[in-house]
Write a protein that binds this ligand. Structure first.
Ligand SMILES: [Cu+2]
Length: 207
């Protein structure tokens, strides 16, 4: 009997996963995709491609869908603060989840998991009758070279540690303890601020 239950369990598990990833396919006026990591949401495709915590725009009254694709093994969601709508939480890298809503007022999107918003997972949703004027982002530069601040390479090549930030990141590699990971990301955010403070002290590089 125990063995039967075990077999049933292994058969049911993939079904649960598939149901958990089911997405709404109802037609929408505007669609955005964001990759979720502790560093923030990274725009995927279109005008927001590659932008961290991009400002999303929708025309008043449009039906909008924001889909998140998990960029790491960590629980995330996407929540709209004023509208109070929340996507399902996702855990696995590559898992997706979305919110679909009618755009009424400008709002803030963020991750509702404890500590994630503070670590940097938030951005703006602008709702208006006219598209906003887009300004291009500028890659931070030091010593005449564009800085590599991409965590995914795992090199931390151009990062500057403050305090014990990188010591915590090293402990985080096994990803066993979510609290340790959040602590590490708080350290990463401090390192991010530090390097931007350095970049700002060289304003002639940002013509
Ligand atoms: Cu999160």
């Amino acid at each position: 009997m125990k063995r039967l239950i075990a077999i049933a369990g292994t058969l049911l598990l993939p079904l649960v996963v598939i149901v958990g990833q089911a997405q709404s396919t109802a037609p929408v006026d505007r669609e955005y995709t964001l990759e979720s990591t502790m560093l923030g949401y990274r725009g995927v495709g279109g005008q927001i491609d590659g932008i961290r915590n991009p400002t999303l725009w929708a025309r008043t009254g449009e039906t909008v869908r924001i889909t998140i694709v998990n960029g790491e093994l960590m629980v995330h969601d996407v929540t709209l603060e004023k509208l109070n709508v929340r996507s399902a939480q996702i855990l696995d890298k590559g898992a997706t989840s979305s919110v679909t809503f009618k755009a009424k007022d400008s709002d803030t999107y963020y991750c509702s998991l404890p500590g994630h918003r503070a670590a940097g997972m938030e951005g703006r949703l602008e709702v208006s009758d006219q598209p906003p004027v887009q300004s291009a982002g500028v890659t931070p530069v030091a010593n005449g070279r564009a800085l590599n601040l991409d965590f995914e390479t795992g090199t931390l090549q151009d990062w500057t540690a403050t305090g014990d930030a990188f010591a915590l990141v090293k402990e985080d590699t096994a990803r066993k303890d979510q609290r340790a990971a959040i602590a590490a990301c708080t350290g990463r955010a401090a390192a991010w601020r530090a390097i931007h403070a350095r970049a700002r002290s060289r304003p002639h590089r940002f013509a």
